[in-house]
Design a protein around this ligand. Structure first.
Ligand code: BES
Ligand code: MN
Ligand code: MN
Length: 453
């Protein structure tokens, strides 16, 4: 049987197996899911063995286990390092899901469930592609090293330690990752740039304890008001970030690249529909694609404090909190940006409150040329697997590990994304288009086959 026929013949069982994976609530952010995380790691290890990988190991870390396996039985053929994550984001708010997050369900050509697109579905694509290659060839035609981690959604805390301790072992000719999106349905894409991410938490303290707002209001600082005012000052009217020096190191993109980005089949109407807001706003002077992919941003992710329960409570809260992040682009230095943001916020705050500023994580941006021959093979495989023209894109999301790998090993990083921007990653009703899931298996199997040729 040929490769594509083999994959076609397994549609039913592939889907059922993916559902099994999705039923494990491997939420990395919450300690109550520790057992589920471990179960998911074991599940991945078992499937790696089934796909013909050897030396499959589950390595415990400071936080969540990492699954590694390899097959190095194709002498003279290229070696790839495949990376993905089996952990998922929390499913809350649960009441906004049409079907339960950990009870996967197919509706209208999409598979719904937490992790379908980010990233269990995409990891499964590779597991099944490898399995198909082994079934058809009798062995894996290229050398593969597979590393699937369980901490991506909480910042890959232990990953770098593992990589540093296994530098020689992890050496490869290319890094392959499927944890990104396609530009649009029917447009298979290779991502060659990602933004970096710094995450901050700030706490403001005013009065030593909560105060009656009638007895004290009018004469004392309200930390919630002060925090809101401060955050409101972080953008100007052109939606530029006001932090001095924030844009100093931002790379200008070459004219050629700008032209290429603007000739992509990207549809503003579709983007507006996905966003669902009455209007858009972004940094003045840049197109939406530029705002999303090549410009840095500052976002307020959460703000809390005071009374938020039912009814009214008259209170001046003692404390106010916020979570902020900055998406970074080449050549911004995350450490430098963290210092600039902290200094600016410190200067904006009045002397009537104290504050703490914590940098929860930093991650570098990544962009790399796609001139290495491996990219042409990937492009051909995507086009053969999907029967559509494939494109090179940048994206706004972050996978700090890709940058670290690229910096350390200087290898081409091939990001084959099979998600879609409107698939609700990190949100209720996350899903993956079955066309992309099945097309992905074919494309990846063809890619690996082409690498062996
Ligand atoms: N798979 C995403 C990253 C992504 C999404 C890249 C869409 C490109 C397009 C990943 O799981 C993720 O969510 N990353 C986080 C950062 C991480 C450090 C928690 C992100 O981008 O917010
Ligand atoms: Mn992901
Ligand atoms: Mn994610």
């Amino acid at each position: 049987m040929d490769l594509i026929q083999h994959i076609e013949s397994q549609r039913e069982s592939h889907l059922n197996e993916l559902k099994e994976f999705l039923r494990i609530p491997s939420v990395s952010a919450k300690s109550e899911h520790k057992k589920d995380i471990e179960q998911a790691a074991r599940w991945v290890a078992e499937k790696l063995r089934a796909a013909g990988l050897e030396k499959v190991e589950i390595t415990p870390t400071q936080m969540h286990p990492l699954v590694y396996g390899e097959s190095l039985r194709a002498p003279g053929k290229p070696t790839i390092l495949l990376y993905g994550h089996y952990d998922v984001q929390p499913a809350e708010p649960l009441d906004l899901w049409t079907s339960a997050p950990f009870e996967p369900e197919v509706r209208g050509g999409n598979l719904f469930g937490r992790g379908t697109a980010d990233d269990k579905g995409q990891v499964h694509i590779h597991l099944k592609a490898l399995e198909a290659l082994r079934a058809v060839h009798g062995h894996l035609p290229i050398n593969v090293k597979v590393m699937i981690e369980g901490e991506e959604e909480v910042g890959s805390v232990s990953l770098w330690d593992f990589v540093s301790r296994n530098r020689e072992r992890l050496r490869a000719d290319a890094l392959v990752v499927s944890d990104t999106s396609m530009l649009a349905k029917g447009v298979p894409s290779i991502t060659y740039g990602l933004r970096g991410l710094n995450y901050y938490e700030i706490a403001i303290t005013g009065p030593a304890q909560d105060l009656h707002s009638g007895v004290f209001g009018g004469a004392v600082p309200n930390p919630l008001t002060i925090l809101s005012e401060t955050i409101a000052k972080l953008h100007d009217r052109d939606f530029r970030v006001t932090v001095p020096g924030f844009y100093d190191d931002v790379a200008k993109i070459p004219r050629e690249e700008r032209k290429a980005l603007h000739s992509l089949p990207w549809k503003e109407k579709e983007f507006r529909r996905t966003v669902g807001a009455p209007g858009l706003c972004g940094e003045k002077g840049f197109s939406i694609v530029e705002q999303l992919w090549i410009r840095p941003t500052l976002e307020l992710n959460g703000i809390w404090g005071g009374y938020t329960g039912e009814g009214a409570k008259t209170v001046i809260p003692s404390k106010a909190h916020a979570k902020l992040s900055t998406r970074l682009v080449p050549n911004q230095d995350p450490k430098k940006i963290a210092r600039l943001v902290e200094r600016h916020i410190r200067k904006l705050l009045p002397k009537t409150v104290t504050h703490t500023f914590e940098v929860l994580s930093t991650g570098k941006p990544w962009v790399a040329p796609y001139t290495h021959p491996v990219f042409q093979k990937a492009l051909h495989a995507l086009e053969a697997g999907f029967g559509k023209k494939a494109v090179f894109i940048r994206e706004g999301g972050s996978i700090p590990f890709v940058t670290q790998m690229h910096d350390t090993f200087r290898v081409p990083c091939v990001l084959l994304g099979f998600g879609l921007p409107d698939e609700n990653a990190h949100a209720p009703d996350e899903h993956i288009a079955l066309d992309n899931y099945y097309g992905g298996i074919k494309a990846v199997a063809l890619f690996y086959e082409e690498l062996a040729a």
